[in-house]
Ligand binder design. Structure first.
Ligand SMILES: Cc1ncc(COP(=O)(O)O)c(C=O)c1O
Length: 392
């Protein structure tokens, strides 16, 4: 055996885009690719409540010994309540176990492993299109992935009927991976009425939802954005929830997320689920990092910091809505107004994406995904003009 035995792997188009962006010497180059929130000055702000929590934790100078494989309990409890609402039956009936993970990225990998040990023959249904890395953890765990149609690029619309029809053809015991809100890559979300229909199809079909919730607070509001998640948790007997604090707290590199498994009832079955989940996370990373979890627990454990965080998150959300309006005024695509959160897919093919980078120094994802939150009023007219030129 030698390292040269590895099957050759070509550089994927997303990595190629990032490499070209890094090499581009133009000072006015624009990164509309990476999925991080930016402010009007183009920076990625440290939220005031996060800063204050960080200072408090540094001053307290607590120990840095191991916590536990399942992570920071206060953070896990606070996340459950933030997502489901403290009075949700799942919480009042103690039907949930939660572990902390290194971001939702780690969570997706752990859930892939849980699916494989739970039901090796079950399939995982995922939206087409989706954010590529969402599926990598499931594939690495050996899960069979099948796709349900989600978005029609010719008409820029949600293909809800086709999605339901596909899921009605799923086998009992299959899993269905859903974006909680702000679908990555399309920004196209289900309406409450569509969530209602979907919940019935999942329950009646014996399908287990896996909700990947990474953008709570960036679509319509902290409560509005979890309509579907709360509904599924109340409708389906079992569910898996993956969350992230990366976006809503702006702590991407601190790697902070959770996996929750929601069961039919409190008791031995769920206790066993918890033991399995713990075994899985030990095998994957032994212990999660605590920096980000401690910050979120501090913010959500203090009503003053919580309010400051909510206010700042709401300002981020409304900035994205304003930018969507401004881009709509320039490009005229109605879907920009309907879609939620940072992402939309522009009708640009790979050649147009390449020309946009080469001619104008404007970098979008190879599939045409843009991060609206990377825009600001100063660069928006120039970016819109360049995009219009590529649209023809
Ligand atoms: C849908 C989705 N899931 C998971 C993740 C990973 O997030 P994290 O930073 O928590 O690993 C992202 C990040 O962009 C995402 O968009």
């Amino acid at each position: 055996m030698s390292f040269d035995a590895l099957e050759p792997l070509t550089v994927d188009p997303v990595s190629r885009t990032y490499a070209a962006l890094a090499m581009d010497p133009r000072v006015d180059k624009v990164d509309l690719g990476i999925g991080v929130y930016r402010d009007e000055a183009g920076g990625s702000p440290l939220m005031a409540a996060v800063r204050e929590a960080q200072l408090r934790l540094a001053t307290a100078a607590g120990p840095k010994t191991y916590l536990r494989p399942s992570g920071n309990i206060a953070y896990c409890r606070a996340t459950e309540a933030l997502v489901l609402g403290a009075d949700h039956p799942v919480l009042t009936e103690n039907r949930i176990v939660t572990v902390q993970t290194p971001g939702a990225g780690g969570g997706l990998r752990a859930v892939g492993e849980m699916v494989r040990v739970l039901a090796p023959k079950a399939r995982v249904w995922a939206s087409d299109p989706t954010w590529g890395p969402q599926l990598m953890g499931f594939a690495a765990a050996g899960c069979e992935i099948v796709r349900y149609p989600y978005f029609d690029r010719a008409t820029n619309t949600l293909t809800f009927d086709a999605m339901l029809a596909a899921l009605k053809g799923a086998r009992e015991g299959d899993f269905v991976l859903l974006h909680g809100c702000c679908h990555n890559t399309t920004g196209e979300d289900l309406t409450p009425a569509q969530w209602d229909q979907l919940a019935v199809v999942l329950r009646d079909g014996g399908l287990t939802p896996i909700v990947d919730l990474v953008y709570q607070g960036l679509s319509e509001g902290l409560v509005e954005d979890v309509y579907g998640t709360r509904l599924l948790a109340a409708t389906c007997p079992e569910m898996i929830l993956i969350t992230s604090a990366s976006k809503a707290f702006g702590i991407y590199r601190d790697r902070t997320g959770t996996v929750s498994m929601i069961g039919r009832e409190a008791g031995e079955v769920l206790a066993n689920v918890e033991r399995w989940l713990t075994r899985v996370v030990i095998s994957l990373w032994f212990q999660p990092p605590d920096g980000g979890a401690a910050i979120v627990a501090e913010v959500l454990g203090d009503p003053v910091l919580t309010q400051a965080w909510r206010d700042e998150l709401e300002a981020m959300r409304t900035r994205i809505v304003d930018l969507r309006r401004a881009l709509h005024a320039e490009l005229g695509f109605d879907f920009l107004l309907r879609q939620k959160g940072m992402f939309s897919l522009l009708p640009l093919d790979e050649a147009a994406v390449g020309r946009l980078a080469a001619e104008d120094g404007i970098y979008v994802m190879p599939d045409g995904r843009i991060n609206v939150a990377s825009l600001n009023q100063a660069i928006l007219p120039r970016v819109a003009t360049a995009i219009r030129r590529q649209l023809g």
